[in-house]
Ligand binder design. Structure first.
Ligand code: EPU
Length: 419
């Protein structure tokens, strides 16, 4: 078992290069199912979730090579349109192959994802949206079986702007006959990135990035090239590291315009930010002087649920009381119990969180409960007195490329060791 040992230490200083977005790369990879031939993706992060998606696509017949951050995917004429339980249970995001499989093969058999690190995670919005395009979908023996004689464009109204449900229906709609209008669509930058890749392939899409996406189905798509957008959650992670450890960081290759509200909150907490087109210079010299703010997660462009563990960790050492609420995943709180074990003064009421900043956290042995919660505990260690041990770091490796190495290069005292 590998663990991360973290000690509070010097200020962070230096330059960090942001990787491609996990939540873009996974969907770009799935989109390659839509076309026969070789597509190329750039800026694909070297993380476990990408490896799992590659395994899954290979099992369907796609040939994949991943050199540095470039991935080539060669999709055959005939696919095996199936995702077995073993792969689905390793990564919930595998559900995003359902839409492209239906679009391309008019059939799919995909294991139901079930719950995950955040608890209950339904997929009703995905299935209802695909049914609106004419797919017949049954769920038996733990599998979703979907088929259609033809997918027909339709008005699809999502009950909630689900990020991956929007992507699933978008990928099915590009090869459907006629016009599809997705109402109440998710507006996340990753949805827009996917739409850009599909457009490169020859799809006709308007409105991606807004709550109304219109798709004019085409008969065929062709292979294409695309570079994944930078990971906004990784950017947020390094900004939070700075807020906890203090120092000065140049965050390179990011998109500040994808995280406006977060940057406003961080500025209100006392971090000085200078934004240029692809970089953020962040300064926070007075460690321990973070100001309290209230934060509530919302679908994009609101504060992302993925930022909440970092914000709550920062607020746990802020100079006063903050209120937070997690409005997307009410089960995403297990990191809070670990923060409390490190001395944080946090009270949880339903999905609301009251945080009274303490002067200092105290190091403890903690367990990463999920990807973002795990990263937040490492960041907590940057400011805690003593030596923090973070276990179950496979969660962190799912979504961060060289997380501990990047932190160490900025001067953090973080070591990965085998236990
Ligand atoms: N929901 C339903 N029914 C559905 C789908 C969603 O009720 O059919 C509910 C969920 O239970 C949740 C809310 O809608 O309460 C939001 O879920 P959404 O579908 O938008 O999330 P997701 O698509 O499953 C993606 C990211 C998450 C990120 C969320 C929110 C990927 C692979 N995952 O999940 O990223 O937190 O959007 O932006 O894109 C992560 O990177 O660690 C991660 C969890």
């Amino acid at each position: 078992m590998e663990v991360l040992i973290v000690k509070a230490g010097p200020y962070l200083k230096g330059t960090v290069q942001i990787a491609g977005a996990k939540n873009s790369a996974l969907k770009l990879m799935a989109a390659c199912l839509l076309v026969e031939g070789t597509s190329r993706l750039e800026n694909v992060p070297r993380i476990t979730d990408v490896e799992i998606m590659a395994e899954l696509l290979s099992a369907m017949g796609v040939e994949i090579s991943h050199n540095l951050n470039t991935m080539t995917l060669t999709t055959p004429c005939e696919l095996k349109p199936e995702v077995p339980y073993e792969l689905m249970q390793r990564m919930r995001a595998s559900i995003v192959v359902l839409g492209p499989l239906l679009g391309r093969s008019l059939q799919a058999k995909v294991s139901m994802p079930g719950g995950d690190d955040f608890g209950h995670r339904p997929i009703d919005i995905h299935l209802n949206a695909l049914r609106s395009l004419g797919a017949e979908i049954t769920t038996t023996h733990g599998y979703i079986q979907a088929k259609a004689k033809k997918l027909i464009g339709a008005k699809v109204i999502l009950d909630y702007p689900s990020h991956t449900a929007t992507e699933n229906v978008l990928m099915a709609a590009v090869l459907a006959r006629g016009t599809t209008v997705i109402e109440n669509a998710a507006k996340e930058p990753e949805v827009q990135d996917l739409a850009e890749f599909l457009t490169q392939m020859g799809a006709h899409i308007a409105g991606a990035g807004t709550s109304r996406i219109e798709v004019e189905g085409v008969d065929n798509l062709c292979p294409a090239m695309h570079s994944a957008i930078p990971d906004r959650v990784e950017t947020a992670t390094f900004l939070a590291a700075l807020g906890l450890a203090g120092g000065k960081l140049l965050i390179k290759g990011t998109r500040a315009d994808h995280m406006d509200i977060l940057l406003e909150k961080l500025a209100a907490m006392g971090i000085t930010l200078t934004v240029t087109k692809n970089d953020i210079l962040a300064e926070f010299e007075e460690q321990g002087s973070l100001q309290p703010v209230d934060v509530h997660s919302l679908p994009y462009p609101g504060i992302a649920t993925d930022y909440m563990p970092f914000l709550v960790t920062m607020l746990s050492v802020a100079k006063g009381i903050s209120l937070a609420s997690e409005n997307l995943f009410p089960g995403r709180f297990r990191y809070i119990d670990e923060l409390i074990r490190m001395g944080a003064n946090i009270r949880l009421e339903g999905h609301h969180i009251a945080i009274k900043g303490v002067d200092c956290l105290s190091a403890a042995r903690v367990r990463a409960p999920d990807l973002r919660g795990g990263a937040a505990l490492v960041l907590a260690g940057l400011t805690a007195q003593g030596e923090t041990t973070v276990e179950d770091i496979f969660h962190i490796d799912r979504g961060y490329e060289y997380f501990d190495k990047k932190l160490a290069m900025l001067g953090a005292d973080v070591q990965r060791i085998k236990r």
